[in-house]
Ligand binder design. Structure first.
Ligand SMILES: Nc1ncnc2c1ncn2[C@@H]1O[C@H](COP(=O)(O)OP(=O)(O)OP(=O)(O)O)[C@@H](O)[C@H]1O
Length: 329
């Protein structure tokens, strides 16, 4: 059994907010931001913690990193209680929260990295090796001497990720690591994180609204809604649960006549005067379908499309809070 690095049991956080009622009175109301999360994460996992706005993702991450005290429940990260043992935990985790920078605004990026070495007491050789790797993979050299306040968002994010990794943490927490980045920076950040995760010794936990992040980075998805886990599994399991279909698009020589005889192949669209047909496959294989179509007439072109993550996530966010809640594991 692999080593468990994060474990929560019935983790809860409630906020008390006061709202105005009428002209003078204020009423207090309790917001259950996280409402009983049980989560176990093993070393080396790449976990996407996703959910709609206000679901409780950031609040969970703040409790895991010792920023917020839970209202109740258990939480252990790298063997530590995050709030009570925050300083010791800090040496084992890296944190990239878009809104909170760990860099010194007025100093050149390289100076921030140097200061972090002293703060985390990283041996010089380890620090140099890790920094060299990040410089290469995240392409930092062009702006290492630039004060942080003058960096673009994409440059700063690359700096933040480097800063979070210089002490070689066991777990890296990232809250929306690609939000607001241009296409090139997004790809650079994703490729870097994918490479880091694939090595298996750093556990990645990230929140994101970007579906490409999910596809490229998250081997396991924990979906949270209204503070509770509503799905915990791999992306293929999510597709299976929502009966996501592969699609086969065929271009035919003669217009579509209306039958395939392949069970599970359903016509979803007919275009171009019947010459282009899109099938959804909920049973049978693309091969069977193509063979059946080829028997009936000439095929000009065939494309097989994987299930669309956008579809499945939209459905998941739209209808998670029913009786079929998936118990968190
Ligand atoms: N400091 C706070 N005081 C009061 N309510 C809060 C506080 N922080 C969060 N909340 C509330 O808790 C709930 C969960 O918020 P949280 O920021 O964890 O959601 P999220 O899933 O990260 O959302 P988003 O995707 O929009 O960032 C929301 O209803 C939010 O308004």
């Amino acid at each position: 059994m692999s080593e468990i690095v994060i474990s929560t049991a019935d983790l809860r956080k409630e906020f008390t907010v006061s709202t105005r009622v009428g002209l003078l009175r204020r009423a207090r109301r309790t917001v259950p931001a996280v409402a009983g999360v049980d989560l176990t994460v093993a070393r080396g996992e790449m976990l996407g913690y996703i959910g709609p706005n206000g679901a409780g993702k950031s609040t969970t991450l703040k409790m895991l990193t010792g920023v917020l005290t839970p209202s109740s429940g258990e939480v252990t990260v790298c063997g530590f209680r995050p709030v009570a043992q925050r300083t010791r935990l800090a040496r084992q985790i890296g944190v990239v929260f878009g809104q909170r920078s760990q860099l010194w605004w007025d100093l050149p990026l390289a100076e921030s990295f140097r200061l972090l070495r002293y703060i985390y007491r990283v041996p010089a050789a380890d620090h140099a090796a890790r920094l060299a790797e990040c410089r290469r993979l995240l392409d930092l050299d062009a702006f290492l001497d630039t004060p942080v306040r003058q960096l673009s968002l994409g440059q700063r994010m690359r700096g933040e990720i480097t800063a979070a990794l210089l002490h070689s943490p066991e777990v890296l927490f990232l809250d929306e690591p690609t939000i607001g980045l241009d296409v090139v920076s997004k790809q650079a950040v994703r490729a870097f994180l994918a490479d880091l995760g694939s090595r298996g010794d750093t556990t990645l936990v990230l929140t994101t609204h970007d579906l490409a992040d999910i596809e490229k980075l998250c081997r396991r998805l924990v979906v949270i809604d209204h503070g509770r886990v509503v799905h915990d599994g791999t992306l293929p399991e999510l597709h299976a649960r929502y009966d996501s279909r592969r699609r086969v698009v065929v271009d035919l020589d003669t217009p579509w006549a209306g039958r395939t005889g392949v069970p599970g192949a359903v016509v979803e669209a007919v275009e171009a005067d019947g010459h282009r047909v899109t099938f959804g496959l909920s049973g049978g294989t693309a091969g069977e379908l193509v063979a059946a179509l080829a028997r009936d007439g000439a095929l000009r072109d065939v494309a097989v499309l994987e299930p669309d993550i956008e579809d499945v996530v939209a459905r998941l966010y739209a209808e998670p809070a029913g009786d079929d809640r998936v118990a968190s594991r």
